[in-house]
Design a protein around this ligand. Sequence first.
Ligand SMILES: Cc1ncc(COP(=O)(O)O)c(C=O)c1O
Length: 441
Amino acid sequence: MNEKMIKQIKDNPKYYGLKRPEGKILLSSATMHGDEEKYVHEAFETGWVATEGENIIIVEKTIADYVGVKYAVGLCSGTAALHMAIKLAAEKIYGQCRPNEGALAGKKVFCSDVTFDASVNPVAYENGDAIFIDSEENTWNMDPKALQKAFEIYPEVKLIVLAHLYGTPGKVREIRQIADEHGALIVEDAAESLGARYMIKGQWKETGGIGDYNAISFNGNKIITGSSGGMFLTNSKEDADKVRKWSTQSREAAQWYQHEEIGYNYRMSNLIAGVIRGQIPYLDSHIERKRKIYEKYRVGLSELPIKMNPYDTINSLPNYWLSCLMIDEDAMTRQCRGEKDYLYLSEKGKSCPQEILDVLSAYGCEGRPIWKPMHMQPIYRNNAFITVDGNGRARSNAYIECEGIDVGKDIFNRGVCLPSDIKMTDKQQDFVIEIIKRCFK
Ligand SMILES: Cc1ncc(COP(=O)(O)O)c(C=O)c1O
């Protein structure tokens, strides 16, 4: 945003008199506690600075225990963990692939639609064809009814990639049941939802331990971080061993470098693991702080024509990684987004995500649009998209008035991610709330 735009916003009578409190107001940044440095230092002192060492062993064991799985493999990113999970699932279903072919060559995979593209890109890395499944209004995650429709249209599909958006678990019970009915495997993308739980058969189950192959992320903005890093989680020793092998260049047991499979340089470094080791004891307190942030927004914004990002209050415990809002349909001012630019009208009593984001930004607060759905992304525009009505593409008719359901597009159009930083003070959050209130003046 340039100086002229900032001035225009600050001169607008709607925002007149706003006084910004001191300090950064961020979306979600790393919150360090001190122990991280100690473990990184130990790695230096002992010389274990590469992809082996005590920090890795300890974080793998601690995270596996926390999530309730038998095995965890530390990797360099959540994206790498997803790639390994998707490749492993693909080889399990379709067999070992040739080195110059992806394990999903010519195969279709059902994927979450409103998510970061790292959830689904590994399908393309393996030459697969992602089919996007619309979201549901109750959790903003994959809609089990749309998934059911997708199996009616593509009964041959054997793999589902399911992401838990912003720390809110998707309807895993229903999705598992549908997957089982069709003999499909589930890759769970729990990059944003470490510590979030879902009730299954009367017991709380951690996300990241529910799918057949699971991935989490320790990226700098996540609930806990290693500055970067990710982890593959599973109950199968054979699968964990395979990921250890693939992620360290797939060496066979020979004196020399012998290869029978394609390898990757994806393993976690012991330095990164040191940061994660120092963060793990704070995971629950981070979740509690994020919950309080969500609650403060919920109460502070309750008189506005908005709703907070929803979750299943009976069957799920989110980790509240990002607090978001969605503007009621009749309180939306006109907003138009092109490929890279946008326009909106500023109207009395109404607002839109781009206006809220502009005003937040003018006052140095970091918000973010909701993930643009994958089916709307230029790169995936020709991929199939399935809603509760079936095919989600080509739903309008020049001669008959009709419009297809597209929940993901609607969430993108009317939703905003709010500053949700653990270090944000109450005073700073009050300021963010005041800005949002002013947008609807
Ligand atoms: C839903 C989702 N999946 C995957 C990733 C990728 O994780 P990483 O950044 O650790 O590669 C992220 C975040 O970065 C994410 O938000």
